[in-house]
Design a protein around this ligand. Structure first.
Ligand SMILES: Cc1ncc(COP(=O)(O)O)c(C=O)c1O
Length: 375
């Protein structure tokens, strides 16, 4: 048992912050320039720094990943059905609807937890306008198979890469894949700007289309050819990003050490399955999900309750399935028989706390609880 009196609660994550002294020079620049938003100098500087860090050529900063997904779908003129994963945060399907399209849920692969290309294939219709997969917890999708389907059908492949910051597969940034990729810089993410995100495209024209859409559809002062939204990143958020970016590799390394300790101590535990890392992937260790099967002594919810009694709050990501939410359950693809793997995963998964300053004594206790939950 941990000493609860003297300890703050442990949540699944704890936002990383740069040293406040690292932010102040940027704030001074904002105060002296009086440029607060609309693609100001700090946003431009962060754009270049992120393009360099991620190894991408065309990056547009946005106010959050959700507005980025809406702009990406709208920029590609996606109308009709978008095949996506039910095993995601609700923002994925919300953005499809808010962009004026219709989500179609296809089942996931139980090992990668990502859209299963064979299931995508099954849901293709003459109305399919795009595929929008999610790299769940930064675990790469089967890009080759998804790209083959998208190319064959001549439709865009738009990655919800909210979790994928800094992940590389075969040396290539995951954010460089697909017709475009959208990343989140939300407070809970590996790299955060409090709120924020980026859309990564592959040419100047697509980048300009996204940037017009996140600026109300304005082309220039007297020309507003389409309806847009306000999805711009402010200078304050860009300042946090610039101060944060130099720490990100260290943050990923610290997360890796915590993940390695979980893996070493928990692998082989009866009834507990780890999401298997692939040797050609440089992960960001955004989450540490475990899946429990029926041979584990407790149900997933009982395990969570046991931890919560000690002030430790793991998260049941992603539960419930998006397709079970009231806004989506009427879709024919939300039918439970269509999504057996996603349902099984959603009912058995729990993400254990992982963040750079997770105290070692707390991680030890989490491991002890998972190993001996009834003691
Ligand atoms: C898979 C996924 N997509 C989209 C989002 C939305 O990101 P944001 O909060 O930056 O809009 C999240 C947020 O955590 C997410 O997990």
């Amino acid at each position: 048992m941990l000493d609860l009196e003297n300890r703050r609660p442990t949540f699944v994550t704890r936002p990383g912050l740069p040293e406040i002294g690292d932010v102040l020079p940027y704030l001074e620049r904002i105060w002296s320039s009086r440029v607060l938003t609309n693609g100001g100098p700090l946003a431009q500087e962060l754009t270049v720094a992120l393009q360099d860090y991620l190894g991408v050529a065309h990056l547009s900063l946005v106010s959050n990943c959700t507005s980025g997904c809406i702009a990406a779908l709208r920029g590609l003129k996606v109308k009709g059905q978008v095949i996506t994963s039910p095993f995601s945060f609700v923002a994925t399907a919300n953005s499809i609807v808010l962009a004026g399209a219709e989500p179609v849920f296809a089942d996931i692969d139980p090992v990668s937890l990502n859209l299963d290309p064979e299931q995508v294939e099954r849901h293709l219709t003459s109305d399919t306008a795009a595929i929008m997969p999610v790299h769940s917890f930064g675990n790469p999708c089967d890009h080759a198979a998804l790209e083959e389907i998208a190319n064959r059908r001549g439709i865009p492949l738009i990655y919800d890469a909210a979790h994928a910051f800094g992940v590389k597969s075969n040396g290539q940034s995951l954010t460089n894949l697909g017709t475009c990729s959208v990343v989140s810089f939300h407070a809970t993410k590996v790299f955060n700007t409090f709120e924020g995100g980026a859309v990564i495209t592959h040419d100047e024209q697509s980048k300009a289309a996204v940037e017009r859409l996140i600026n109300h559809g304005i082309e220039h002062e007297t020309s507003v050819p389409e309806i847009g939204l306000n999805g711009k990143m402010s200078e304050l958020h860009a300042a946090v990003g610039l101060a944060q970016l130099p720490y990100v590799d260290e943050i990923i390394n610290q997360r890796m050490m915590i993940a390695n300790k979980y893996s070493a101590r928990l692998s082989g535990t009866q009834g507990v399955h780890l999401v298997q890392p692939s040797p050609d992937v440089r992960y960001n260790y955004y989450m540490f999900p475990i899946l429990l099967d029926t041979t584990y002594p407790l149900s997933r919810d009982e395990l969570c309750a046991t931890m919560e009694a000690e002030g430790i709050f793991p998260r049941r990501y992603f539960f419930p399935l998006v397709s079970d939410l009231p806004s989506f359950q009427h879709h024919s693809s939300a039918e439970p028989s269509n999504l057996p793997e996603a349902r099984r995963v959603a009912n058995s998964i729990v993400c254990l706390p992982i963040y750079p300053d997770l105290p070692s004594v707390v991680q030890d206790r989490i491991i002890e609880i998972v190993l001996s939950p009834t003691r």
